[in-house]
Design a protein around this ligand. Structure first.
Ligand code: C2E
Ligand code: CA
Ligand code: CA
Ligand code: CA
Length: 280
């Protein structure tokens, strides 16, 4: 029995150091991938539920590893956050996303009636000057501030509410929109929500997806929609995979939806074509 136990301990240790080694090599490779510009963005449409028009796109980071294939952001974003690589990655995402929208504008011959939403990690809010990163991306792309939206999570507010308030006001003053991502999954106080210049609450997929089977999820979504409306904020539902969910969200008064029912995150050319076909 004892031998078995110590065997387990050794196994755990071995696994532990293997995990640590793998994480370290992922970090090294991610650093290299950022330096060599081997990440790219995919773009998922944000659709107006009433008119069906595409209002914007969310830029999502993608990493196609030369040997390992596609690595999910669910895997590499945490590695980037723990290593500090999220700062160069986040700056890259802002520049690449705004550059892409400026390219679409040029292709169309005039500014498209869509905006680009970019995720900014709480870690970046604390370590980097996000305002200057946003200003630089706008200056470089030539886009007006209202073409850009920053998506942040509640964890930004929890750790440094006063610091984040200042930064968000400066971003707001640039005319850039601000969305609270994954709303309802974090621990931000409603008092802060009201004080910050937040334009949109994004309702997390974990509440939206089960709505057709689960009354409690409907109640939560309804409550979030009521809160947003009371605070003068717009709403976006994540994870909309079926026409039935679209109907339910419309009946509850949700503004905008995003999900596989409309489109998966698409390469730049396909995203542009999707916009042209929907907003003809
Ligand atoms: P998120 O910001 O909540 O992004 C939405 C995620 O939901 C995306 O996953 C998207 O592909 C997925 N999704 C969209 N519609 C559906 C649907 O109908 N069903 C299902 N099952 N999933 C749907 P993705 O691209 O794997 O990204 C995961 C997370 O990684 C993001 O969650 C975000 O937190 C983070 N992330 C991705 N790109 C970046 C980035 O450039 N910077 C930062 N800081 N985080 C990023
Ligand atoms: Ca997001
Ligand atoms: Ca989200
Ligand atoms: Ca989410």
């Amino acid at each position: 029995k004892r031998a078995k136990h110590s065997g387990h301990a050794e196994l755990y240790q071995a696994c532990d150091s293997t995990a640590a080694r793998q994480r370290f090599s992922l970090e090294t490779e991610l650093r290299r991938a950022i330096e060599r510009d081997q990440l790219h963005l995919a773009f998922q449409p944000l659709v107006d539920l009433k008119s069906g028009a595409v209002l914007g796109f969310e830029a999502l980071a993608r990493w196609d590893h030369p040997e390992k294939g596609a690595i999910s952001p669910v895997e590499f974003i945490p590695v980037a956050e723990e290593s500090g690589l999220i700062v160069p990655l986040g700056r890259w995402a802002l520049r690449a996303a705004t550059r892409t929208l400026a390219e679409w504008d040029r292709k169309a011959g005039s500014p498209l009636p869509v905006h680009m939403a970019v995720n900014v990690s709480a870690v970046q809010f604390h370590r980097d000057d996000v305002v200057s990163a946003v200003e630089a991306a706008l200056a470089e792309s030539g886009l007006a501030g209202n073409r850009l939206k920053i998506e942040l999570t509640e964890s930004c507010i929890v750790s440094d509410p006063d610091g984040i308030a200042q930064v968000l006001r400066a971003i707001h003053d640039l005319d850039v929109m601000i969305a609270m991502d994954d709303f309802g999954t974090g621990y931000s106080s409603l008092a802060y929500l009201q004080q910050l210049p937040i334009n949109v609450l994004k309702i997390d997929r974990s509440f939206v997806a089960p709505m057709l089977q689960d009354k409690d999820s409907v109640a939560i979504v309804r409550a979030i929609l009521g809160l947003a409306s009371a605070l003068g904020m717009a709403t976006t539902a994540e994870g909309v995979e079926s026409p039935e969910l679209v109907e339910t969200l419309i009946s509850l008064g949700c503004d905008v939806a995003q999900g596989y029912h409309f489109a998966r995150p698409l390469p730049s050319d396909e995203a542009y074509a999707y916009f042209r076909s929907r907003n003809a």
